[in-house]
Structures are given as structure tokens and as C-alpha cells.
Design a protein around this ligand. Structure first.
Ligand SMILES: [Zn+2]
Length: 268
């Protein structure tokens, strides 16, 4: 059943790949396995000795980076064998915020579970890059885009065209997680957990689902925050039956101001 993977090569035909580091797993003490995303595929890269403090390749295992790797294609059919490489961008500021670091690991884990495509690739890097520039508002817009991108992939995207009960397009009041989309005032049912949404939040949600990447500026004027992202992640968890441990952790960070003590406790 094991299909032989086609490894990417540079324009000159050299065994070379550029991509985003999604995660690094320890493997037999000092070795690591990098999961690297290109716009079309996720690859495993075996990195011998990379977790050794003296390893020349150590910096390639940094999270939140875009790297170019030279690999040996003959080592294994399903894993590249790392020779060396360079860090093209390291968005280290992502790691300065526990919340954003957690969001990043959730997004990376989702991409590892559901696969990558060019839009997801762009949105993940935009999330990192905007955090590096100190723009967490727009960074979160791209984080939300990663989640709605995955909802589209899994066929569990919300219906934002009309009330999911009566199909009317007027007096939309909120979102029914249970029924799968917008719901009008008449059919809004808090008993089944329907959520009342502000006009802005309805527009944001519709925009996330409908707007093409080249028209994204339309969404720049809204404010994007963690609770909205958490709503999307909850939707994904509910409709895909996918438990996300880091999401539980992210939620403990949400009322951070009030619960500074418990935050410290959880951080350990
Ligand atoms: Zn209705």
C-alpha cells in the first residue's frame, strides 16, 4: 500500500525543497523528524543529530520558519534525509505570546491532519509574518482563514447565505452550530445552543467563507480576536468530531486577565 512519494526538486533538478516547518518530533534521542509543508504537500524530513546542541542544522528545527533544505533522495522512499539547508525567514515573535504560539500549534496540527493547499500555505505564513510585524489583528484574520479553509476541505463549512431552517435571507440573527449555519430571528433557538451574533460578526463570518484571497482587504477593517477564532475551532471540533487538546488549553488562556494565577499554573 505504501506509495512512493515524489520528492520536489529545484528548477535545476537538484534535491532541494522550500517550505514551512510545521513541527519537529524527537526521534531516537538526538534525531528529529521535521514536518515540512510546501504549498501542495506535507513532507517528513529525517534530520539526524538535529537535536544535538552542536548540530549545524539545529536552526532548521526552529518553529515558525520558512526554510530551504537540501536532502538525499536515496535514503528512503517516504522520507527525505536532511543534508543541510538555510533559514529563509524565522518569525520568532510568534513564540513571544503564549496565546499565539498555541494558535500556531493548533493551525499546524490541523494542516497536518487535513492536508495543505496553496491558500492554506499562504494564510499560515501570513499569520506568522503579521505577528512578526506586530499586527495581531490581521494575523488573526489569517488564522481564521486557515480554519475556514479546512472547514471547506472537510465539507463542514457553515451556510452563510440564508437561514438554514426557512431559507429566508432576511433578519439573520445568529448562527446555529447544530443546524450548520445562519439562522433568522424567528428560528433562533438558544435551547440547542444557537449563538446570537452582532452584525459585524455575521459580516465577518460571511466574508471569511465567501471572499476570495485577492479581495481580502474588505475584511481588514474588522477587528479579529481570539474568541472569534475559538468559535470557528469549536465548529470544526463539533462537525468533524476532532478533539483538539491545544484548543482546551487556548480556552484557559482566554480570560487571562482575570485568571493570571491559573494561567501560570497551566503554563507549566
Ligand atoms: Zn428562518
Amino acid at each position: 500500500m505504501a506509495q512512493q512519494m515524489q520528492f520536489p526538486v529545484s528548477k535545476e533538478g537538484e534535491p532541494k525543497v522550500e517550505g514551512l516547518v510545521l513541527s519537529v518530533m524527537d526521534y531516537e534521542e538526538r534525531n528529529g523528524i521535521l514536518h515540512l509543508a510546501t504549498p501542495d504537500q506535507i513532507y517528513s524530513v529525517y534530520a539526524r543529530g538535529i537535536l544535538q546542541p552542536t548540530s549545524k542544522n539545529k536552526r532548521l528545527a526552529m518553529p515558525f520558519s520558512r526554510v530551504t533544505l537540501n536532502y538525499d533522495p536515496k535514503y528512503s522512499h517516504n522520507m527525505m534525509y536532511l543534508i543541510n539547508g538555510s533559514v529563509d525567514q524565522n518569525y520568532w515573535k510568534v513564540g513571544e505570546s503564549l496565546e499565539m504560539q498555541t494558535v500556531s500549534s493548533i493551525l499546524a496540527a490541523l494542516i497536518e491532519s487535513y492536508g495543505i493547499d496553496p491558500e492554506l500555505y499562504q494564510d499560515l505564513e501570513a499569520f506568522w509574518s503579521l505577528l512578526q510585524q506586530g499586527n495581531s489583528n490581521l494575523a488573526l484574520l489569517h488564522a481564521c482563514r486557515v480554519v475556514t479553509g479546512i472547514l471547506k476541505k472537510t465539507g463542514t463549512i457553515m451556510d452563510v447565505d440564508e437561514c438554514v431552517v426557512c431559507r429566508k435571507k432576511t433578519r439573520i440573527a445568529g448562527v446555529s452550530v447544530e443546524n450548520g449555519g445562519f439562522v433568522c430571528l424567528e428560528h433562533f433557538d438558544p435551547q440547542i445552543g444557537d449563538l446570537l451574533f452582532s452584525k459585524d460578526d455575521l459580516l465577518k463570518l460571511r466574508g471569511l467563507v465567501k471572499i476570495k484571497p485577492d479581495q481580502l482587504e474588505v475584511l481588514y477593517s474588522f477587528s479579529w480576536d481570539l474568541p472569534f477564532l475559538v468559535f470557528l475551532l469549536d465548529w470544526l471540533v463539533y462537525h468533524n468530531d476532532h478533539h483538539l487538546k491545544s484548543l482546551d488549553f487556548l480556552k484557559t488562556l482566554l480570560p487571562a486577565k482575570k485568571a493570571a494565577l491559573s494561567k501560570e499554573k497551566v503554563a507549566k
